[in-house]
Design a protein around this ligand. Structure first.
Ligand code: SF4
Length: 353
């Protein structure tokens, strides 16, 4: 039986000399600001440290406290979030900031259960804020931690079904002391040593306690259930100009890319490109001579690929009849356009100028 009694002590010793310097981290020995921890953890749920860092710094510069974020217009927050994906998170981020500011006097709750009541805060973020910002004993489990735990205990059952078991096993390792540092040490270990491919077991501070390395199966873990292939949906986007402005539309508040701005398009459906009649029916302005642009825009969402062709038109004197709102082309940067729509804009500009 592998001895794991000094697992946390060894990991913390390693962390003290190898911790990553990250923009949201407090210096060694200092308690982290809950606002920074919360903001960074929401961002890190959907992207890497490298991709999240500039967004984090921008947010912090524009909205240095939860009160500033709460008082910001939602559209500004969505626009600053554009490119990070999963825009429902940005809306929840804003709703959470308002909740904390207006109902909790601008202070985040200091325990996991109360944190879970906040808009958009799930088990992962609640545990991370409780441990890192408030020094509470809480087990923080993200993809990095799942990988480390699956290997340390040589769990060969596949993800995602095995998640609850990995969480329970992770909890058996969590120490009573320095839980915040421990949580960050596990994340750092997963990100820098116990990496998905080629884990560096020879320099790993917990290799003595690792069953997978003893068995020589570390690289095969965690196992995953094979994913079904993603379907491809198709659509046509309408690039409609009038005097150097372009027509945009607001997506419905809930659902995919809810509340974001978009270039109007047909519905996105599987089974091939839309028929000419469907394209005509979805056009934002009737009787415009549309000109299909060459090529298409490809984008991958979590559960489907999207193939969008773009068709361009001039609104002329009919512009007031168009269904949407007009934005000068030079001002598109300030719009809350999701990544897929930024691709559409780039594609249209490349082929109309
Ligand atoms: Fe990961 Fe290897 Fe360390 Fe085990 S010994 S935790 S597999 S890096």
């Amino acid at each position: 039986m592998t001895d794991r009694t000094d697992f946390a002590a060894r990991l913390l010793g390693w962390y003290d000399s190898h911790r990553r310097t990250l923009p949201w981290r407090a210096p060694p020995g200092e308690r982290a600001d809950p606002y920074r921890v919360w903001l960074s953890e929401i961002m890190l749920q959907q992207t890497t440290v490298v991709a999240a860092a500039p967004y984090f710094l921008t947010f912090l510069q524009r909205w240095p406290t939860v009160r500033h974020l709460a008082e910001a217009p939602l559209d500004d927050v969505l626009a600053a979030w554009a490119g990070l994906g999963y825009y429902a998170r940005a809306r929840n981020l804003h709703a959470c900031a308002r909740h904390v500011n207006e109902r909790l006097g601008g202070r985040f709750p200091d325990d996991e259960t109360a944190l879970l009541d906040l808009p958009g805060v799930g088990a992962y973020t609640a545990a991370a804020v409780a441990a890192i910002a408030f020094g509470r004993k809480a087990t923080v489990v993200d993809g990095n931690v799942e990988r480390v735990v699956a290997r340390v205990f040589a769990v060969t059952d596949p993800l995602p079904g095995v998640k609850p078991r990995l969480r329970a096993l992770a909890a058996t390792l969590t120490p009573d002391t320095r839980p915040g540092d421990y949580a960050q040490a596990m994340m750092d270990l997963g990100a820098t040593v116990c990496t998905p491919r080629k884990p560096q077991c020879l320099i790993c501070p917990v290799s003595h306690a690792c069953e997978a390395t003893r068995m020589g199966i570390a690289e095969t873990l965690p196992a995953r259930t094979a994913k079904a292939d993603k379907p491809t949906r198709h659509g046509v986007a309408f690039w409609l100009e009038s005097a150097m402005a372009v027509l945009l539309r607001r997506r419905p508040p809930t659902g995919l890319l809810g509340g974001m701005a978009e270039v109007p398009s047909t519905p996105w459906e599987a089974g091939g490109p839309p028929t000419p009649a469907a394209v005509q029916a979805a056009a934002p302005l009737a009787r415009v001579p549309w000109r299909p642009l060459p090529g298409s825009v490809r984008h991958t969402f979590s559960h489907f690929h999207l193939d969008l062709t773009v068709t361009a038109g001039e609104a002329g004197d009919n512009w007031p009849a168009a269904d949407g709102y007009w934005v000068p082309i030079g001002a598109l940067k300030g719009e809350a356009l999701p990544s897929v729509m930024r691709k559409v804009v780039r594609h249209a500009l490349d082929h109309t100028r």
